[in-house]
Design a protein around this ligand. Structure first.
Ligand SMILES: [Zn+2]
Length: 248
């Protein structure tokens, strides 16, 4: 297996191709559009992470993947423009050693749950991890009036504090972050957070605002374990579709 050399150590090319493919998959599933990003911790060195240069997710190729240290400084000086909100990734990685991949998106069905006083609940088993709770990060709480972007370490720390021990956090009037122990799980969770949001909108409409029979916390905990292996079936399909289109 061919490897590419990074500051944190060599990484198999297939890993880099998977990370690039994740951007394309998230775009095809309606989670990201011209904006949004997905990262993964360097598989051989927890003090670095990998993420595409600032480019629309549907256009990412393996050649666009850059390496960052835990201050979100690019390891290759003079490299291409970086995402302004890369501090989301570094500060969550620092706060949560169990998280190895993060998706940040502005997926449209999710945004309303950061605007109104209605909690996102786990509507079905694929979104089981939501049953643990879905915190909302309000950038105003610590920073007052801003451009809404998590564009420095301080704002990244505040977001990571809102996330706490959960794997999802909504960002008021902005979007969300979905996290996981693997790239595949983070992608699965980001996709099914968006789907879950749509189902909750439908369910609230159908029920006329009546209480929802959503997953209880214990059901969510039980269902999230098999999801992390069964979810690979979805990944294998999505990954194959990208490979068929692009050949990598
Ligand atoms: Zn954003």
């Amino acid at each position: 297996m061919r490897k590419t050399q990074y500051t944190g150590g060599p990484v198999e090319n297939e890993v880099i191709a998977n990370l690039a493919a994740a951007s394309r998959i998230l775009a095809e599933r309606g989670v990201v559009d011209g904006f949004g990003h997905v990262s993964m911790r360097h598989p051989g060195n927890p003090d670095y992470y990998l993420m595409a240069r600032a480019i629309a997710p549907a256009l990412v190729t393996p050649d666009d993947i850059l390496e960052y240290d835990m201050e979100s400084v690019p390891c290759n000086p003079g490299s291409s423009k970086s995402f302004l909100e890369r501090f989301i990734h570094s500060e969550i990685y620092k706060a949560r050693p169990d998280i190895n991949s993060i998706v940040h998106s502005h997926s449209p069905s999710v945004v309303p749950f950061g605007l109104v006083d209605v909690k996102m609940e786990a509507m079905f088993h694929n979104a089981a991890f939501l049953a643990a709770g879905v915190p909302v990060f309000d950038i105003r709480d610590k920073f007052g009036m801003t451009d809404m972007l998590v564009c420095d370490c301080e704002k990244g720390v505040a977001l990571a504090e809102s996330l706490g021990d959960k794997d999802i956090a909504l960002m008021r009037a902005h979007g969300s972050v979905a996290c996981g122990p693997t790239l595949q799980t983070a992608v699965f969770r980001a996709v099914y957070t968006e789907v879950n949001a749509r189902i909750q909108h439908w369910s609230v409409g159908l029920g006329g605002g009546a209480p929802l029979a959503s997953l209880e916390e214990e059901e969510g905990r039980l269902a999230d374990v098999p999801n992390q292996t069964a979810g690979m079936r979805a990944w294998d399909l999505w990954r194959l579709q990208v490979r068929d289109q692009l050949g990598w």
